[in-house]
Every structure is written in structure tokens, then in C-alpha cells.
Design a protein around this ligand. Structure first.
Ligand SMILES: C[S@@+](CC[C@H](N)C(=O)[O-])C[C@H]1O[C@@H](n2cnc3c(N)ncnc32)[C@H](O)[C@@H]1O
Length: 315
């Protein structure tokens, strides 16, 4: 997709789509929530594969809701769309009168059109405003962090959300260059701030800085645990959940929350189990799954994806 992309198309190649459809294969008939609807690619595939499922699609981005609405019209009243943050999953379903669901999908992060449209401010390759908000009604923008945060706070954002080795240098360079007015200027400041040898290796020098700012602006890591906890709560026994994450910070949280909620029998190792089992889910596979090499070749943005999946167990 190119800059100035037409909203109508919202081209986003759904990642590990066959694996996700297969993963939801055994769930009973009922409602599935796509908590990160985007362009509706996964939602469409699921609705086609399982005629006995209805779908609630949630996204915090108006343009995603509009695009998915167009894409999913063929499924008629099987589809309900809500603009909401997924950490408000329980409230959104409550407002729709839905008490439980048979599946929940989280495809975390940013969609291709959000990345590729220069005017959204996510791209270090094109000039645009320092925005980076998925939800345009949010107060905080990338410009607020870039132009107002103290160097120490900026450096900590770069380290925490992108493991940026040159966080201190980049943060000081940004502060010295204020006011910074757009994404191209920011990318150039970062490029000039890092050592020349580093500039010649790896990907684009500003990639990690942009990733970190985007995560901070959208509070992306803060919402995963509350959202997953609500999803587990809302699932019926044998209902399933799937999470696609795209960087180690996300995957670490997903892995921890799922392990924390895993059903384990409590009791001394050498004794018969006496205490009641705790935890509400079982992991469908233990380690995160990766896309096939064919998929990564077709869609390089899938390269960092990790899929984790779980099933609710009977109380
Ligand atoms: C990777 S895209 C999903 C693509 C989608 N699976 C498809 O097939 O087109 C992620 C979507 O999740 C949305 N999103 C990210 N964080 C969110 C949150 N906390 N609440 C609601 N939506 C969120 C983004 O706006 C984006 O549209």
C-alpha cells in the first residue's frame, strides 16, 4: 500500500489466517469477538468458515470500523461492530446484552493502512504529522512526547518499548532539535544521533524510535493484561482465545498472563493432589507459533508474529 491510500480499500493481509480459522474450528456455535477488527480480514475468514458463528468486531480506529463494515456486509446481521478499546471488552459486550462468547481474537498492534498512511504519523518513511494515535479522540499524540517530555522520560520510553541501545543519545538529540514538526524531521534527527557504524547495519535507524513512541502514545502494553483477563472471564467452557503479537514486549506479557491463568493442580509434588485446581484455561500449544516461510515471503510484515492460543476449561 502506498501513501495517500484510499480508505475504501484498507488493504491488510491477515496474518496466520488459516491457522487462526483452524484454531477456532472446534468452538461451539455462538458469538466470537474480534477485538482488533482492522480491515476485517480474520473476521471475514472466520464467518465464511463457520456459518454457525456470529461476530462482534471491536476497534478503536474509526477508519478500521468503516472499512470492516464495508467488507463484512455480505454476512448481514451476523456481524455487530463497535468502536471501543479492547480493554473495555466486558463493557462493550454488556451494552450489547452478550454475557458470554465462544471465541476471542486479538491481532495486536497496528494495521498496514495505519502504518502506510503518511497523515496518521506512524511512518518513518514518509513525512506526516507527529500523531500516531490509533484512536483519533485520544488527547496524547506523538508530538506531545517528542516536544514536551523530558530527555530522561523519552530515553526510558525508547528503552522500555523498543530496547533501543542508543536511547540516551536519541533523546538528547530530540530535545536539542525542538520544536520537531513532523515524522521526516524526527527520522532524520534519529538517523544523525546514532553512531555511523550502527546506521549501516540492521533496518531503518528510526524504526525502533517510532515503534516505542507509538506504543507509548497508544498505551499498547498496558491494555493487554486487562483485556486478556476479561476475555478469559467471558469465554464459555471449550471456548477459545487467540493472540497474535508482533514484538517481544507484547509476547512476554501475553505469555505471562496465559501462564498465570493456566489450570494447574495444586498440591505437594510427592503427594496425591488434594487442593482444588486453579486457573481457567489450558494452552492449546505451549510455545508461540510462527508464520510459515511462504507466508513471510508473501507478507514480510508477518515476520515477527507469534501466535498463542488457549481454551477455557470447565469450572
Ligand atoms: C493488526 S490490526 C488487525 C488486522 C485485522 N486482524 C485484519 O485482518 O484486518 C490491529 C487493529 O487493532 C486495533 N487496535 C489496536 N489496539 C487496540 C485497542 N487497545 N483497542 C481496540 N482496537 C485496537 C488497531 O486500530 C488496528 O486496526
Amino acid at each position: 500500500m502506498t501513501d495517500g491510500v484510499d480508505d475504501e480499500s484498507f488493504a491488510h493481509d491477515p496474518v496466520m489466517c488459516d491457522e487462526i480459522v483452524e484454531m477456532f474450528g472446534p468452538v461451539p456455535p455462538g458469538v466470537v469477538v474480534d477485538a482488533t477488527l482492522g480491515g476485517g480480514g480474520h473476521a471475514d475468514a472466520l464467518l465464511r468458515a463457520r456459518r454457525d458463528l456470529d461476530l462482534v468486531g471491536i476497534d478503536q480506529d474509526d477508519t478500521a470500523i468503516a472499512a470492516a463494515g464495508r467488507r463484512l456486509t455480505a454476512h448481514g446481521d451476523r456481524v455487530t461492530l463497535r468502536r471501543a478499546r479492547f480493554d473495555g471488552l466486558g463493557i462493550a459486550l454488556d451494552e450489547l446484552g452478550i454475557e458470554s462468547v465462544v471465541g476471542v481474537l486479538f491481532d495486536l498492534g497496528v494495521s498496514s493502512p495505519q502504518f502506510d498512511r503518511a497523515d496518521r504519523g506512524f511512518s518513518y518513511r514518509a513525512d506526516g504529522p507527529l500523531d500516531m494515535r490509533m484512536d483519533a479522540s485520544n488527547d496524547l499524540t506523538a508530538a506531545d512526547l517528542v516536544n514536551d517530555a523530558e530527555a530522561g522520560e523519552l530515553a526510558s520510553i525508547l528503552r522500555r518499548y523498543a530496547d533501543e541501545r542508543h536511547a540516551g543519545r536519541i533523546a538528547r538529540a530530540i530535545v536539542a532539535a525542538r520544536p520537531v514538526s513532523g515524522t521526516a524531521e524526527l527520522a532524520e534527527i534519529v538517523r544523525n544521533a546514532i553512531p555511523a557504524a550502527t546506521r549501516r547495519t540492521g533496518g531503518h535507524p528510526a524504526k525502533r524510535t517510532f515503534q516505542a513512541l507509538r506504543i507509548a502514545v497508544n498505551r499498547e502494553l498496558d491494555v493487554i493484561e486487562p483485556a486478556l483477563t476479561q476475555a478469559i472471564e467471558l469465554l464459555v467452557p471449550t471456548g477459545r482465545g487467540a493472540v497474535l503479537s508482533y514484538h517481544s514486549g507484547e509476547d512476554r506479557i501475553v505469555k505471562r498472563v496465559l501462564r498465570d491463568n493456566e489450570r494447574t493442580a495444586v498440591g505437594p509434588r510427592h503427594m496425591p493432589v488434594t487442593a482444588p485446581a486453579t486457573g481457567a484455561i489450558r494452552l492449546i500449544f505451549r510455545n508461540g507459533r510462527k508464520p510459515s516461510s511462504e507466508e513471510i515471503e508473501r507478507n514480510p510484515r508477518a515476520a515477527s508474529a507469534r501466535l498463542r492460543a488457549f481454551e477455557k476449561v470447565a469450572a
